[in-house]
Design a protein around this ligand. Structure first.
Ligand code: XIL
Length: 299
């Protein structure tokens, strides 16, 4: 069996990976992708700099390649990411105030409309909270347009694609006791209370020695779920790929009914944004690592 098929048998969950369009013609890469995964997330191709390189001119060529590859094979697509402080095109980096706010909202509307009906879940807003103990929003050009920038982005995404689940996605939100986790929790709670459209919380879960696997990870997942949102593990990679840690992450997701899927952030270690840490399930030759066996047997 495979990761995707096993996850599907566990309450209709998915097991996905980040995909780069320029690797789809690498046969080792495509063979593993097509065999093992039933969800994909474009690693960079849907980001603001890729989809709107100059203001008002949209380029969907690379993202469409991934979406078409996935949908032709019955895989789900996670859209990533509509509004984010990073990987903005230069023209947006130089904007502020209502001009930036309107440009961001137009971007959300245009991209979500282009993919309307094709996206399982959108990361509408990515990484909007600060690290450390403040529990504050991250300072960014988008945040400086006003604290309500996140909720207006979610409302625009809902209007453009009413069928997509709308997620807030962040990292270092794995440990229930961290101020950043608590701050995201309070925002989601507030959105649910006020009727701001939000359906899911994405935990990126880039784990390493600095932010290790927390024993309260399952509490984090179940606490978000108790607010009435799905929880998705959206960018999983673990420094050194310890099999036991991968197994724990899978078991924690399976223990929470609203933890609906897991995405690893790449296929082979050599595909990883942190390749030197060998954090993924397949080695550079495409062979299954011990972490793969641990994940498959936990599923
Ligand atoms: C990373 C990609 O993997 C790299 O290829 C790119 O150079 C930088 O971005 N959080 C996110 C992802 O939400 O979009 C990031 O992806 C990793 C951290």
């Amino acid at each position: 069996t495979t990761l995707g098929a096993s996850a599907a048998e566990r309450g209709g969950r998915y097991f996905g990976t980040a995909v780069a369009a320029n690797k789809l013609n690498d046969s080792t890469y495509a063979t593993i992708l097509n065999r093992e995964f039933n969800s994909v997330t474009p690693e960079n191709e849907m980001k603001w700099d890729a989809t709107e390189p100059s203001q008002g001119n949209f380029n969907y060529a690379s993202a469409d390649q991934i979406v078409n590859h996935a949908r032709q094979r019955g895989m789900q697509v996670r859209g990533h990411a509509l509004a984010w402080h990073s990987q903005q095109p230069g023209w947006a980096q130089n904007m502020s105030g209502s001009a930036l706010r309107n440009a961001m909202l137009n971007h959300v509307t245009q991209v979500a409309t282009h993919y309307r009906g094709q996206i399982h879940s959108w990361d509408v807003v990515n990484e909007a909270f600060a690290d450390g103990g403040s529990g504050a929003r991250r300072d960014s050009n988008l945040q400086r347009t006003g604290n309500d920038w996140i909720e207006v982005a979610f409302r625009a995404a809902r209007a453009a694609d009413p069928g997509a689940k709308l997620c807030y996605n962040d990292y270092n939100t794995d440990n229930w006791n961290d101020a950043k986790t608590q701050a995201v929790y309070r925002m989601v709670q507030d959105f649910k209370q006020r009727g701001v459209p939000i359906d899911c919380v994405g935990l990126q879960s880039h784990l390493n020695n600095g932010s290790p696997y927390p024993s309260n990870y399952r509490t984090t997942l179940s606490s978000f779920a108790a607010l009435g949102v799905d929880v998705q593990i959206t960018e999983l990679d673990i420094e050194g790929a310890p099999a036991a840690t991968y197994r724990n992450v899978v078991n924690d997701c399976l223990a929470v009914p609203r933890c609906t899927g897991i995405t690893v952030w790449g296929i082979r270690d050599s595909d990883s944004w942190r390749a030197s840490q060998t954090p993924l399930l397949f080695n550079n030759s495409g062979g299954k690592k011990p972490a793969y066996d641990a994940v498959l047997s936990a599923l």
